[in-house]
Design a protein around this ligand. Structure first.
Ligand SMILES: [Zn+2]
Length: 118
């Protein structure tokens, strides 16, 4: 298997109350590209700060289980349209999450997940 190494900082879970407690073992977490997320992976964080030399884990206020599906910019969920102008491939990690909208990502973006098989 091909393994990529990503220069990012994965912080321990922030203690502030905006973030849900982890229901999974953080030691099992992996960093993958959004296009590599598969059904059942637990999505924990993104690495949004690409301006920084070392992107830092940005935890969502809740974790959720990925249910990838084809990205459709006209889906109408309110989230997909925000990625319509993105140059390059977009993947949709699904809408089985606390927000009930799709979660479109640039396919090459980094995601902190716990693999479904872990
Ligand atoms: Zn959508």
């Amino acid at each position: 298997m091909f393994v990529e190494f990503f220069p990012v900082v994965v912080t321990a879970l922030p203690a502030d109350e905006d973030h849900a407690p982890l229901l999974v073992d953080p030691a099992a977490a992996r960093i993958v590209r959004a296009e590599q997320v598969v059904e059942g992976d637990t999505v924990l964080a993104s690495f949004g700060a690409y301006g920084a030399r070392m992107p830092v884990a940005d935890y969502f206020n809740d974790q959720y289980t990925a249910r990838p599906k084809p990205y459709d910019p006209t889906c109408g969920c309110g989230s997909c349209a925000t990625m319509a102008d993105h140059e390059g491939p977009v993947v949709d990690l699904g809408d089985d999450n606390p927000w009930d909208v799709c979660d479109p990502w640039p396919a090459a973006d980094l995601v902190l997940i716990v693999p479904a098989a872990a």
